[in-house]
Design a protein around this ligand. Structure first.
Ligand code: BYC
Length: 319
């Protein structure tokens, strides 16, 4: 009788197709490991760099309440970075190497964080739109095929939904305030709308990684699918706030039960991704400086850990 022997790769794909989570010690194709390290480390870097545009406003928040909320949001982002670096480490990536790649400009992070935060309304817009985009992208990642990444995303998404609510609430307060406040909210929306649409990545037709990542169930939706969901979700929210989305081509389409919208300026997108956006150099400079200034903390933590280990060994030897 003929036996049907599946190759290791076929067995792996069969597990993926059956929605069985892949765990660190399971066999996986090198390319699966590589693409996960790429995506998770870029995601981690985005969280770290993402602290900078908002950190810029902590000392200038308009009240103690706003300051403490913003401070805690920025701290959450540091936490998200840590979960994600840990998830990438389970795949054999070294944290020192990932950080070295970020600091040298070799590694990518989200294009959105290379735009400046010019007014307080930007804190509202970043929370509302940028975190809104992040949630749409990250909720499906709670079902991504690699276990440690999926589990990290569950907690990240809980915190992100609080972040988005606080951003929307800032926008609502501004939009219900003086005409100058509403104008500030509109001006911020005008600047952030298109860069936020870029967060979802290039069009599916120009995305080299989407097809394989969908096949491995790393990605659960394509870039264009998520961008469409985002527009359909955000337009009614902008209308509720009394704001105008800066897209003359935006129009409801009954047939597809969604909005038609204008094309993103892809030249701008690739320019930012290649390191030539408005704030790329500032952001990397600030990250490198923070890393260098934090060297003493890392050294102290390592010395403390070594001391604890030594004490534990001495106690064990004395028993
Ligand atoms: N910016 O084939 P594609 C947050 C790159 S954190 C820069 O579609 P993929 C937040 C892409 O890496 C937000 N680069 O790639 C934090 C690829 O280059 P490589 C971050 C981009 O991976 C703090 C090339 O373009 N979220 O929201 O299938 C405060 C071709 O793209 C971008 C995540 O990282 C971009 N926007 O899909 C507030 C989520 N888009 O690597 C908020 C996890 C694409 O081949 N990541 N590129 O050299 C993902 O879901 C996917 O990696 C992406 C891209 C949808 C981003």
């Amino acid at each position: 009788m003929e036996t049907l022997e599946l190759t290791q790769e076929e067995q792996f794909q069969a597990r993926i197709d059956a929605d069985v989570r892949i765990e660190p010690k399971d066999w996986m194709p090198d390319a699966y490991r590589k693409t996960l390290i790429r995506q998770i480390s870029q995601h981690a870097h985005s969280e770290l760099v993402g602290m900078l545009p908002e950190g810029n406003w902590i000392t200038r928040a308009p009240s103690l309440k706003r300051k403490s909320i913003l401070l805690s949001k920025v701290q959450d982002e540091a936490g998200h970075g840590l979960y994600l670096y840990s998830a990438a480490e389970t795949l054999g990536a070294s944290r020192d190497q990932m950080l070295a790649d970020l600091h040298s400009g070799k590694a990518k992070y989200s294009s959105i964080f290379n735009y400046p935060t010019l007014s307080w309304a930007d804190m509202g817009t970043v929370g509302w739109l940028v975190d809104g985009a992040a949630i749409l992208n990250q909720v499906p990642l709670c079902r991504t095929s690699y276990g440690p990444y999926a589990r990290a995303m569950v907690r990240v998404c809980k915190e992100e939904s609080f972040h988005q609510r606080q951003g929307f609430e800032i926008m609502q307060t501004l939009c219900e305030g003086a005409p100058e406040q509403k104008a500030m909210a509109q001006e911020a929306l005008n600047r952030w709308w298109w860069p936020t649409l870029m967060m979802f990545g290039p069009k599916d037709a120009d995305s080299p990684n989407t097809a394989q990542s969908m096949n491995w169930r790393i990605k659960r939706f394509t870039n264009d699918e998520l961008r469409q969901k985002f527009v359909d979700m955000m337009v009614p929210q902008a209308e509720f706030l009394g704001l105008t989305v800066p897209d003359p081509n935006l129009k409801w389409n009954d047939t597809k039960n969604g909005y038609d919208f204008g094309d993103v300026d892809w030249e701008e997108f690739w320019n930012v991704v290649k390191g030539n956006g408005m704030c790329n150099k500032d952001r990397l400079g600030a990250r490198v400086k923070a890393h260098e200034e934090g060297a003493w903390v890392r050294e102290a933590a390592l010395a403390h850990a070594a001391k604890r280990k030594q004490r534990a060994e001495q106690a064990e030897a004395a028993q």
